[in-house]
Design a protein around this ligand. Structure first.
Ligand SMILES: C[S@@+](CC[C@H](N)C(=O)[O-])C[C@H]1O[C@@H](n2cnc3c(N)ncnc32)[C@H](O)[C@@H]1O
Length: 156
C-alpha cells in the first residue's frame, strides 16, 4: 500500500526535512517486507491569497485517484501507536492501493476537503505547526510499520 503525504508549503532543507527524509527511508525499508510503502511526499503551494479552497484543489490533484483519504486534524480521532499500526494493517489487508495523508497549511484544511475524509487523525487537541506534523506522521508511519513487522522499535 503506497502512502502519500500531501502537504501545503515547501520545506527547503531545514532540520525537519532531514528528519522526514530519515523516517521516510526507514518506513520504506521496513514496509517493503510487509506490503507497505513507498512513502511519497507531495508538496503543494497555492498562489498568494489563494486560500484554503485553492489549496484543497491542489491537494486533491496531488493524491492518486481512489486513494483512501486521511486528514490530519486536531478535531479527529486520537489513536495509540499500536492502534494506528492496526489501521494501516487493516487498510492494507482490505486491498487499499494508496492512502493519502493530508496536512493543511497555516489556515488548516478546507472544510469541504475535511468532509470528504475517510478518516481524521488527531495528534491531540493542541494545534501543531504543519512542519512538525509532517515529522510526527512520518515517524508514526515508521513506528507503525515496525510494530506490524514485529520489530523492537516500539517500547512502552
Ligand atoms: C498550523 S495547523 C492549522 C491550524 C488551523 N488553524 C486549523 O484550524 O486547522 C496546520 C495543519 O497541521 C495539522 N495539525 C495541526 N495540529 C494537529 C493536531 N493536533 N492533530 C492533527 N493534525 C494537526 C492539520 O492538518 C492542520 O491543518
Amino acid at each position: 500500500m503506497r502512502v502519500h503525504l500531501c502537504v501545503v508549503g515547501r520545506l527547503r532543507n531545514g532540520p525537519e526535512y532531514t528528519l522526514i527524509d530519515d523516517y521516510r527511508a526507514r518506513f520504506d525499508k521496513t514496509g517493503r517486507n510487509i506490503g507497505l510503502g513507498p512513502l511519497k511526499i507531495h508538496e503543494v503551494e497555492a498562489k498568494k491569497g489563494g486560500g484554503m479552497a485553492a489549496e484543497a484543489d491542489l491537494l486533491r490533484r496531488a493524491m492518486p485517484k481512489g486513494a483512501l483519504l486521511v486528514c490530519m486534524d486536531e478535531r479527529g480521532k486520537v489513536l495509540s501507536s499500536p492502534e494506528f499500526a492496526n489501521h494501516l494493517g487493516k487498510w492494507r489487508d482490505q486491498g487499499q492501493g494508496d492512502i493519502a495523508l493530508i496536512i493543511g497549511g497555516a489556515d488548516g484544511i478546507d472544510p469541504a476537503l475535511r468532509a470528504e475524509a475517510d478518516f481524521s487523525l488527531s495528534f491531540g487537541k493542541m494545534v501543531w505547526p504543519h512542519m512538525l506534523v509532517r515529522v510526527m506522521i512520518a515517524e508514526q508511519l515508521y513506528r507503525g510499520a515496525n510494530i506490524l513487522s514485529g520489530g523492537p522499535y516500539h517500547r512502552v
